[in-house]
Design a protein around this ligand. Structure first.
Ligand SMILES: Cc1ncc(COP(=O)(O)O)c(C=O)c1O
Length: 456
């Protein structure tokens, strides 16, 4: 057995195209609807929010979309990203399974998020845009857009979910280092933020609320657009560079995954690692199982409804069909801010509905325990979001041990946790508890889903 640990690609092996799963799906995705007319939205409806190049990617059915050379040039700062074989973790678990992880934490912001921040900033600058507004949960996406904005001379304004803003002051400092402005959400800077604070001045915030604030600001100025760090088709598309590289690296390792695991907040890193493998399977190749891991305190795929819903809490976005906990649901303030979203990417949701992927949910303490075991064997301290993927991979490895199977497990280590050490300190002090969502609030949020007839 080879003891090779790192599988590295040269810069000239970096993929030149993004992979669009829509080209290979057995059934097309449900349409995106205008909330007033319940008619499908067209590219023009999205034009106030995004530049046309990104809108065309959002609706494209082409299998391959070229990555512009200037974007690939920026990617060379940290891509291709390494694939590791987790020999030491395998040994610690005593599993016959082989575990590989694709590490996305080597990017400037420390996660997979710059894979889409850079092209989004690039296309906005090409369209003459001067300012981008966005939301951030964990702070990873805000830092990534701040970094990308600094490369392209764009002003960046970030609404950071209140709990994360308080938990992670250094993420804000990082955004400011890249030249962005960061505001805690809900804020007094928007009509919607003020309305939320009027009802609850201590509101912990949520991604749904921060999205509403960012959208409200973005549509007010011609020179400003909105940028989203997950959920949308074009964001998932940009992340497929992860899985495409991983395929080449699995070939280098003379191996192929039986199971692909990713944590899922809005669905972008999961899509990034998994979609190229799903597409390969749909075109007649080997079909690995795909496992999405989410927090038990925000169980969108495992407990949500597959229904039309708003992407934000203030109802400023179109309606998309997705797994949702209801746009009014505020997840408790657990320490994986990037996973506190009421919905799931429509494309990931569609895959779940088609049986192309499965989902599991774990409590945060069990995920931190998995992350610490990983750090003590593999060295990298993972982001709290990524701990969910590690927990999922360990569960698969322990199943292999029980069943005596030497399966190959691949997971996405979406980011490092260097800005998350307060949550690790809390875990070691025994102060981290399993947050349970309010069942009544969830039932109410699900009961108030928009009424869209089945025939639409
Ligand atoms: C490190 C990390 N992993 C995962 C996520 C979840 O996002 P997504 O589901 O879009 O990959 C985030 C979100 O902020 C993150 O920061």
């Amino acid at each position: 057995m080879s003891k090779q640990t790192k599988f590295l690609l040269n810069e000239d092996q970096m993929p030149k195209f993004w992979y669009n799963l829509q080209a290979d799906l057995p059934k097309p995705m449900p349409a995106v609807l205008h909330p007033g007319t319940l008619q499908p939205v067209g590219p023009d409806d999205l034009a106030p929010l995004f530049p046309m190049a990104l809108i065309m990617q959002e609706v494209s059915q082409e299998r391959e979309i070229e990555i512009p050379e200037p974007v690939r040039d920026v990617f060379r700062l940290w891509r291709p990203a390494p694939l590791f074989r987790a020999h030491r973790l395998e040994k610690a678990l005593g599993t016959p399974a082989k575990i590989y992880y694709k590490y996305e934490g080597g990017s400037p912001a420390g996660s997979h998020k710059p894979n889409t921040a850079v092209p989004q900033a690039f296309y906005n600058q090409e369209a003459g845009i001067k300012r981008l507004v966005t939301e951030t949960g964990a702070g990873q996406w805000g830092s990534s857009l701040a970094f990308a904005g600094s490369l392209y001379g764009l002003e960046v304004e970030v609404f950071q979910v209140r709990v994360s803003y308080d938990q992670k002051p250094y993420r804000r400092a990082l955004m400011e280092t890249y030249g962005a402005r960061c505001v805690a959400s809900p804020s007094h800077e928007t009509v919607y933020g003020r309305s939320v604070l009027a009802k609850n001045p201590n509101h912990p915030g949520s991604l749904g609320i921060a999205i509403s604030e960012a959208v409200e600001l973005a549509v007010q100025r011609e020179d400003t657009k909105y940028a989203l760090g997950s959920v949308l088709n074009h964001v998932l598309l940009h992340q497929t560079i992860i899985g495409q590289e991983a395929m080449l690296q699995m070939q280098m390792a003379n191996d192929w995954p039986d199971v692909v695991v990713g944590c899922a907040g809005g669905g972008s890193n999961l899509a990034g690692i998994a979609f190229p493998f799903i597409g390969h399977g749909l075109r007649g190749g080997q079909k690995p199982r795909i496992v999405a891991v989410e927090p038990a305190a925000c169980p969108t795929l495992t407990r949500g409804k597959y229904a039309y819903d708003f992407g934000d809490t203030g109802h400023m976005t179109p309606l998309t069909k997705m797994y949702t906990l209801g746009s009014q649901f505020t997840p408790p303030g657990f320490h994986a801010g990037g996973l506190r979203y009421h919905g799931m990417a429509p494309l990931v949701s569609h895959c779940k509905a088609l049986g192309l992927l499965e989902a599991v949910a774990y409590d945060q303490v069990a995920c931190f325990e998995a992350g610490v075991l990983f750090a003590r064997n593999e060295g990298i301290v993972p982001a709290p979001e990524s701990n969910h993927a590690i927990k999922g991979a360990i569960e698969e490895a322990m199943r292999c041990k029980r069943e005596g199977k030497a399966e190959t497990i691949l997971f996405c280590l979406s980011g490092h946790g260097h800005f998350d050490m307060t949550s690790y300190q809390k875990y070691f002090a025994g102060e981290l508890t399993d947050e349970h969502y309010d069942e009544t609030e969830l039932a109410l949020a699900l009961a108030s889903l928009p009424n869209v007839p089945e025939t639409v």
